[in-house]
Design a protein around this ligand. Structure first.
Ligand code: NAP
Length: 268
C-alpha cells in the first residue's frame, strides 16, 4: 500500500528515543523527511546519520519542548530548510510520578513537560499546517482513561491531550486538517526499562506485566505504535479525525477477567 508520504515534512517531538525513534524510523522508511525535535543533539544526530546512510531523509533540531522560544525557532528552521510542515507528531513526555503529595509548582511543571508543549508546537506551526492541509497525531496514554495512582500531573496532561485532540479536530476541520491520538498502554522503551529496573525483581515484574495484556500476553512493540501513527497520518486515513486509537493488545478495553489469575472470573 502506498501511503503517499514521500517527501512529506514530518515533525516528531522526542523523536530520537523510544516510541518517538520508532516513529521517526517508520516515517523515514516511507520516504518522508523526518524532523526530530529533542533535547539531546548527539542522540538526534546519530539517528539522522543512521537514516541518511540508508539513503533516507531526516533532520534534527535541538529543542527543549518546554522552551517556547526554542520551539518557535525550530518551526522557523524546519520551514526554512524543508519548505513546509505536513505532519506533527506530539510525542515527547513521560510519566514523572508527580502525585498529590507533590507541590503545586511541581504539578504545574509536570503539565509543562507533558501537555503544554503539544499546544506550543501546534500554535507556532498552525499557518504551515493550514497551508499544507496537514495533520496532527498526538501520543496519549492509557492513564487518561484508567488513572494509575501517584501521577496526577501525567494523568491530567494525558486527559487534556485527549480533549485537545477532539477540540483541534473540530476547530481545524474547516481547514481540512485532521487530528488524531494514538494511545499506548505498555510499551518497553528506555523510559519503561528505567521504571521496571526499580522493581525488587525486574524479570518477574516484566513477566507479570506481559500476562496482563489480553492479546498475545505481551507488551506492544514500538514498531506497532509507529505503524499505527504512520497510517493515521497518511492520506490512507483521509476521513479519520478526532479519534483515540488504542494500540494496546486490548489492555484498556477488554474484560479484566480474561487476564485474571482467578479461574472463577474467567468462567463468568
Ligand atoms: P522515552 O523512551 O523516555 O522517550 C521520550 C523522548 O522524548 C526522549 O528522547 C526524551 O528526551 C524526549 N523528551 C522528553 N521530554 C522532552 C522535552 N521537554 N523536550 C525535548 N525532548 C523531550 O519515552 P517513551 O516511552 O518513548 O514515551 C513516548 C511517549 O509515549 C510519551 O508521550 C509517553 O507518555 C507515551 N507513552 C508511553 C508508554 C510506554 O509504555 N512506553 C505508555 C503510554 C504512553 P530525554 O532522553 O532527554 O529524556
Amino acid at each position: 500500500m502506498d501511503l503517499h508520504l514521500q517527501g512529506k515534512v514530518v515533525i516528531i517531538t522526542g523523536g530520537a528515543k523510544g516510541i518517538g525513534a520508532g516513529i521517526t524510523l517508520a516515517f523515514a522508511a516511507e520516504g518522508a523527511i523526518a524532523c526530530i525535535l529533542g533535547r539531546n543533539s548527539a542522540e538526534g544526530q546519530e539517528l539522522v546519520n543512521e537514516l541518511k546512510a540508508k539513503g533516507q531523509h531526516a533532520d534534527s533540531f535541538l529543542t527543549d519542548m518546554t522552551d517556547e522560544a526554542a520551539v518557535k525557532q525550530a518551526v522557523a528552521d524546519i520551514v526554512s530548510r524543508h519548505g513546509s510542515i505536513d505532519v506533527i507528531v506530539n510525542n515527547a513526555g513521560g510519566n514523572d510520578a508527580v502525585g498529590l503529595r507533590n507541590s503545586v509548582s511541581e504539578f504545574t511543571a509536570s503539565l509543562q513537560r507533558n501537555v503544554v508543549h503539544y499546544f506550543t508546537l501546534v500554535h507556532f506551526a498552525l499557518d504551515h499546517l493550514i497551508a499544507s492541509k496537514g495533520n496532527i497525531v498526538n501520543i496519549g496514554s492509557k492513564t487518561a482513561v484508567t488513572g494509575q495512582g501517584g501521577t496526577s500531573g501525567y494523568a491530567a496532561s494525558k486527559g487534556a491531550i485527549n480533549a485537545l485532540t477532539r477540540e483541534w479536530a473540530l476547530d481545524l476541520a474547516r481547514h481540512g486538517i485532521r487530528v488524531n491520538c494514538v494511545i499506548p498502554a505498555e510499551v518497553i522503551t528506555p523510559l519503561y526499562e528505567r521504571w521496571l529496573a526499580q522493581a525488587p525483581d525486574p524479570v518477574l515484574a516484566r513477566e507479570q506485566l506481559d500476562r496482563l495484556v489480553p492479546l498475545g500476553r505481551r507488551t506492544t512493540t514500538i514498531e506497532e505504535i509507529a505503524d499505527a501513527v504512520v497510517f493515521v497520518a497518511s492520506e490512507r486515513s483521509a476521513h479519520t479525525t478526532g479519534q483515540m486509537l488504542f494500540v494496546d493488545g486490548g489492555y484498556v478495553h477488554l474484560d479484566r477477567a480474561c487476564t485474571s489469575e482467578a479461574s472463577h472470573l474467567k468462567q463468568s
